[in-house]
Design a protein around this ligand. Structure first.
Ligand code: SF4
Length: 320
C-alpha cells in the first residue's frame, strides 16, 4: 500500500476466521455461574474471573456474581465457583475446611492435565510444566503436587533446569499455549532429557489448536488482523502473535471503541477472530463498528465446525 493512502480501499472486506470465540469449556463455565445464581439466588461468589473476558465478567456481575481472588472474601456458608482455569489442591482444601458449597467450573481439559500430574507424581516422576508464570491455570496445575514440579516458559528455562533425576521426568503444558512455541520447547526438553515422558494426548486443547490453525489460514489473506479478546486472555494473545508471526499487523480489542481508524488506512482485507473466552455478541459489535468505518462486505472463511460440549457438574439442574 502507498503511504499516501488515507482511507479503506473501496472493496474492503472483513474475513471471519472459523472457528472463533467461545469454546466448550467457556460455555460450560458461564452456564455454571448462571445456573448457580438461578438455583441459589444472588450473590454467588466466583474465585477469579470465571473466564478471562471483561464483557463476560461484567455481564455476570450484573446478574449477581461477585468476583473475588481470595477464598477468605467469601462469607462462611456461601457458595463459591472455581473458574475455568482450575485451582490448586490447597485452594480446594481451604474451601472444604471453610464449609463452602463449591461448584467447579474448571474446564474438563484442564482437569485432565491435573489428573496427569497426579499420576506422574504417584510414579515418582519430576514434572516440567510448560506455561506462563502467574497465569491462574499454571498456578492451579503446579499446585496439584507439593513438590517435584518445575515451570519453564522458554528454552532458556529448559537449559537452566536442575531435576532430581533427569531419567525420571515427564512434562505437561498449559492448555492455551502457542502450538509452535510449545513444540520448540518440547523439542529442547527431549534433547536435554531423552527419557522424558509426554502426555498421552497433547495438553494444548482442541479450541486453542483450532483457533490458531484458523488464523494461520486467514492471516496470509489479510492486510490486518483484529483479535477480539481481553488483555489477560492467554489464548487471545497467542492468536495475535500467530498473525504477527506471519507478517500481518494484528491488534487485540476488547470493545468497539478500541478500534483505531488509522489501522484501517489503505487496507483491503481485515481478518477477524476471537479468543475462546470472547463472546460472539462482542465480535458482532466489532463488525458493526468496522461497518461504520466503511467496511461493507463480510465473508466467513471455511474452517472446522466444532460440536463439543461438556456436561455440567451434578447438582446444577442435572440429576445426581
Ligand atoms: S480454551 Fe481449551 S482448556 Fe480453556 S476452557 Fe476452552 S476448551 Fe477448556
Amino acid at each position: 500500500m502507498s503511504s499516501t493512502d488515507t482511507s479503506l480501499t473501496a472493496d474492503a472486506e472483513i474475513l471471519l476466521a472459523q472457528p472463533r470465540g467461545f469454546c466448550a469449556g467457556v460455555d460450560r463455565a458461564i452456564e455454571i455461574v448462571e445456573r448457580a445464581i438461578q438455583q441459589h439466588g444472588a450473590p454467588i461468589y466466583v474465585r477469579h474471573e470465571i473466564v478471562h473476558n471483561a464483557y463476560v465478567v461484567e455481564d455476570l456481575r450484573k446478574k449477581g456474581a461477585i468476583f473475588i481472588e481470595q477464598l477468605a472474601e467469601v462469607p462462611t456458608g456461601n457458595t463459591v465457583i472455581f473458574s475455568a482455569h482450575g485451582v490448586s489442591k490447597a485452594v480446594r482444601a481451604d474451601a472444604a475446611a471453610r464449609g463452602l458449597r463449591v461448584y467447579d467450573a474448571t474446564c474438563p481439559l484442564v482437569t485432565k492435565v491435573h489428573a496427569e500430574v497426579a499420576k506422574m507424581r504417584d510414579e515418582g516422576l519430576d514434572i516440567v510444566m510448560i506455561g506462563h508464570k502467574g497465569h491462574p491455570e499454571v498456578e492451579g496445575t503446579m499446585g496439584q503436587a507439593g513438590e517435584g514440579m518445575f515451570l519453564v516458559e522458554d528454552i532458556a528455562d529448559v537449559e537452566a533446569l536442575r531435576l532430581h533425576d533427569p531419567a525420571r521426568v515427564a512434562f505437561v503444558t498449559q492448555t492455551t499455549l502457542s502450538v509452535d512455541d510449545a513444540a520448540e520447547i518440547i523439542a529442547a526438553l527431549k534433547t536435554r532429557f531423552p527419557a522424558i515422558r509426554e502426555p498421552k494426548k497433547q495438553d494444548i486443547c482442541y479450541a486453542t489448536q483450532n483457533r490458531q490453525d484458523a488464523v494461520k489460514f486467514m492471516a496470509p489473506q489479510c492486510d490486518l488482523v483484529i483479535v477480539v479478546g481481553s488483555p489477560n486472555s492467554s489464548n487471545s494473545n497467542r492468536l495475535r502473535e500467530v498473525a504477527e508471526k506471519r507478517g500481518v499487523a494484528a491488534y487485540m480489542v476488547d470493545a468497539p471503541d478500541q478500534i483505531d481508524p488509522a489501522w484501517l488506512v489503505g487496507k483491503r482485507r481485515i481478518g477477524l477472530t476471537a479468543g475462546a473466552s470472547a463472546p460472539e455478541a462482542l465480535a458482532q459489535q466489532i463488525i458493526a463498528r468496522l461497518n461504520e468505518l466503511g467496511v461493507r462486505n463480510v465473508r466467513a472463511l471455511d474452517g472446522i465446525e466444532e460440536n463439543i460440549a461438556f456436561p455440567l457438574p451434578r447438582g446444577l439442574g442435572i440429576p445426581a
